[in-house]
Design a protein around this ligand. Structure first.
Ligand SMILES: Cc1cc2nc3c(=O)[nH]c(=O)nc-3n(C[C@H](O)[C@H](O)[C@H](O)COP(=O)(O)OP(=O)(O)OC[C@H]3O[C@@H](n4cnc5c(N)ncnc54)[C@H](O)[C@@H]3O)c2cc1C
Length: 415
């Protein structure tokens, strides 16, 4: 919003929630909270034009079944569904470049659960567009783009944030959905724990001759995992985690050289492949906020926990934070409690911190266990995969986990 008149009005208004960060989790929370009747101001540094780009930029997400339910619950799934590719099966294989997959593998099929596809592949551009359109239509949401939060001050009555433009906003609760380097957390005195993996994810999309049949593949290669995830039509998204130096080479190569490097790992099961869109790189690391809450402050998404993309669960975990926080805030209001009090926010932290810490440690362990070529470890993990695959109960447990259907589900994820 660029209207200075609005800026003056907002300065004197107090909203229930001020959300810092309009990436993916921030807008999801804005819509969930507005639907529950809370007034929301959401602030993001990026310009709206940047967010509204409709050309395919190669980025996409594996959204778990439970995340789809949340998007349906906040009213944006219908617009996204036509662009979403259902994930019907997941195949996990130990592999070595040029050698093809080992015979040991895990195969998860959605027909083993009643709910439907385990998840959906959704392109970033469709997700962002749906969030922006829905926020523009929501009377309780004020979206401030091209604005950066530079300061925050908490007192008994509420929280005041200052924007780089000098404007001040008043609210009852401040939510940091401002990503892995969350300034909201730092300003609230929340420290972080984490480390780098020495790996970079190279992300792109490819077109291929043969249909993928809705099957997602995860190949564990010695330098890092390679995920081949089905997009609509004969296209797949690639998330290729490699040692930093090798990833830098892969990004700087010509498209033809990149495809030559990819082919031995990718294999020939989908026929000839070609690149569609650009290549992106993401330096990989783990970051966990030591607390998800402080007085009048809550963290969601990557601001609270940034994990390795090995299981495609980062955004799914963030959306579960969103649904859990929306539940906690609604219940607090129903009981006449202050939505910004530490007592209220502690319930959110109790619900989400253990789960997300477990996810962070599990992805960390998987990455360390699989990203190496030690023959003993290779034998152990292959036997482990064979055992899981042979046990229907374990297999079903993995499928429910991947679909986000296990544990204590917040209302918006219950379907
Ligand atoms: C290679 C890769 C593949 C992935 N694949 C998957 C997948 O398949 N499935 C899945 O579930 N997850 C996946 N993830 C994880 C997922 O991308 C992230 O969890 C998710 O994007 C985090 O969203 P967010 O909204 O929390 O943070 P971000 O997207 O980082 O958004 C933060 C926002 O805050 C804004 N901001 C920051 N500071 C300020 C400030 N001071 N004032 C105003 N605005 C500010 C920024 O402009 C930004 O827009 C993947 C991650 C990677 C790296």
């Amino acid at each position: 919003m660029d209207n200075p008149g609005w800026a003056r009005i907002l300065q004197h208004m107090k909203t229930d929630l001020i959300i810092v960060g309009g990436g993916l989790n921030g807008p999801a929370l804005a819509l969930a909270a507005a639907q529950a009747g809370f007034s929301v101001t959401i602030v993001d540094s990026l310009a709206l034009d940047t967010r509204k780009r409709v050309d395919f930029d190669g980025r996409s997400y594996a959204l778990a079944h439970a995340s789809m339910r949340l998007l349906r619950g906040i009213g944006i799934w219908d617009g996204i569904a036509k662009h979403a590719q259902p994930m019907l099966e997941i195949k996990v294989t130990d592999g070595r470049s040029g050698e093809g997959p080992s015979p040991w593998m895990m195969h998860f099929d959605h027909t083993e659960i009643e709910e439907g596809p385990m998840g959906y592949m959704v392109e970033d551009r469709h997700l962002r567009r749906a969030f922006l359109d829905a926020m523009a239509d929501a009377p309780l949401i004020t979206h401030l783009a091209s604005e950066t939060v530079v300061a925050q001050q908490v007192d008994q009555a509420g929280v005041t944030v200052t924007l780089a433009s000098g404007q001040k906003l008043n609210g009852t609760l401040l939510v940091g959905s401002d990503g892995r380097k969350s300034g909201t957390a730092t300003r609230a005195g929340i420290k972080r724990t984490g480390w780098g993996y020495g790996q970079t994810a190279v992300v792109c999309a490819v077109e291929h001759e043969k249909p993928h049949g809705g099957i997602a593949h995860q190949f564990f290669m010695p330098d890092g995992p390679l995920a081949i995830l089905p997009l609509t039509k004969n296209r797949s998204s690639i998330v290729w985690s490699e040692a930093d130096a090798r990833a830098a080479e892969l990004i700087s190569m010509s498209a033809a050289d990149f495809l030559d490097a990819l082919r031995p790992a990718f294999g020939s099961f989908l026929g000839e492949i070609s690149l569609t869109g650009a290549r992106f790189s993401y330096s990989l690391g783990l970051t966990l906020a030591n607390s998800f809450v402080a007085d009048r402050v809550a963290l969601v998404g990557d601001a609270a926990h940034g994990v390795h993309p090995i299981a495609g669960q980062g955004l799914n975990a963030g959306l579960r934070d969103v649904a859990a926080l929306a539940d906690v805030l609604e219940q607090a209001r129903g009981r006449g409690e202050d939505i910004g009090s530490l007592q209220t926010l502690a319930r959110y932290q109790q619900w989400r911190r253990f789960d997300t810490t477990t996810l962070a440690l599990a992805t960390d362990t998987f990455n360390k266990l699989f990203s190496n070529d030690n023959p003993l470890l290779r034998a152990a993990r292959d036997i482990g995969m064979g055992l899981v695959n042979a046990a229907p109960g374990l297999r079903r447990g993995f499928i429910r986990e991947a679909a986000g259907l296990s544990g204590d589900l917040p209302r918006l994820m219950r379907g």
